[in-house]
Write a protein that binds this ligand. Structure first.
Ligand code: ASP
Length: 348
């Protein structure tokens, strides 16, 4: 596909474009024009930039699968007209959106870079300008044959380009707000931008990008803790319409060995509920065969989430449940990387 020299900036909201409400003094999303007026540097970037603004910019805590589908529609609508897409998004749910978009955009052949900031762009010490300018540069970067440098959904923040579905928000205060503990950055931006071409996904340029819009939200994340009670767990597992669970376990995928828990989980998986095992640790994989508590989970039909994040597991589950009722197929897809989101070890 020929290059167009243009990037589409999709403004959804978030701190980057927020200002203070004079009545409450709380930050709230502002019109994008307000943001552009404060950034004359945008005119100096040697890339054509068009802007799509959400009619009502949001704090990203209001992000939803319906809005993800809207973002996908916008990307599909401009797919041939732009070399890449930059999504301005609040940091709070950015890792969920990045994970969701990675599954919703199958065989993505263009960069989709999410970014935002910890301080609004109109504040003197803002981190938003560098994040935005470098994201645009990455979205426009290409190889000599014209193919994009990073045809993936990524988060760019504070000097690091991370695979979107490997990312997690780690800091509510520091500028270094994101990390991807189980996968190295795809690029690091210092004086120049160093790309790890060996890590970046290679799409099939002879095939079209296929968008997916349906996400099934009959899912829940639940965290194990010492003292967890049977009554609460049974209520959760018996919730009407429940189809999928991301269970946050201990260490390498371990759980208490109480018979009631294993029995409740076994009954749930037999009823067709898909349960994914993700560790509460920030780094390292699930290896269910390592301790007997994990082994019992495996026998109960719980699937390893390998070294994936909670954000990614829930997004992948919503995506797969949205496309099939065949739980064997969902289990098979959960057990392999679809967009570079997990590393499948032999032990898991
Ligand atoms: N609450 C904001 C949001 O996620 C925080 C941010 O943008 O950093 O929209």
């Amino acid at each position: 596909m020929p290059r167009t020299g243009r990037v589409l900036l999709i403004y959804t909201g978030g701190t980057i474009g927020m200002g203070r409400n004079p009545a409450t003094d709380a930050l709230e999303p502002l019109d994008f024009n307000h943001l552009v007026q404060r950034m004359p540097e945008l005119q100096a970037i040697p890339v054509g930039i068009d802007v799509y603004q959400f009619p009502e910019p949001i704090d990203s805590s209001d992000m939803s699968p319906r809005l993800w589908a809207r973002i996908v529609e916008i990307i599909v609508g401009g797919y041939d007209r732009y070399d890449g897409f930059v999504i301005l998004h609040g940091t709070d749910t950015m890792a969920f959106t990045a994970s969701a978009l990675s599954f919703m955009l199958e065989n993505l052949t263009k960069p989709v870079i999410l970014t935002g900031s910890q301080l609004p762009i109109n504040q003197l010490r803002t981190d938003g300008k560098e994040n935005l300018i470098t994201s645009i540069e990455i979205a426009a970067a290409h190889h000599t044959d014209g193919t994009p440098r990073v045809p993936e959904v990524c988060i760019y923040f504070s000097g690091k380009l991370l695979r979107g579905n490997r990312s997690t928000k780690i800091n509510s205060e520091g500028f270094n707000a994101f990390d991807s503990f189980n996968f190295p950055p795809l690029a690091e931006a210092g004086v120049s931008i160093h790309y790890r071409d060996d890590l970046i996904l290679h799409p099939d340029y002879s095939r079209p990008m296929t968008p997916h819009f349906v996400m099934d939200t009959n899912v829940v994340v639940f965290t194990l803790f010492p003292g967890i009670q049977e009554e609460m767990v049974r209520h959760l597992l018996e919730a009407p319409h429940l189809r999928g669970i991301v269970m946050r376990t201990y260490g390498s995928g371990n759980a208490p060995q109480q018979p009631w828990l294993m029995q409740a989980l076994t009954e749930a998986t037999r009823r067709g509920i898909v349960i994914i095992n993700i560790t509460q640790c920030a780094a390292g994989p699930v290896e269910m065969a390592r301790y007997s508590g994990g082994y019992l989970l495996k026998n109960a039909g719980v699937i390893s989430g390998y070294d994936g994040t909670v954000e990614c597991a829930i997004a992948k589950l919503m995506h797969l449940l949205g496309h099939t009722t065949d739980t064997d197929l969902i289990r098979e897809r959960m057990n392999r990387p679809l967009r570079g989101e997990i590393t499948c070890g032999a032990q898991s």
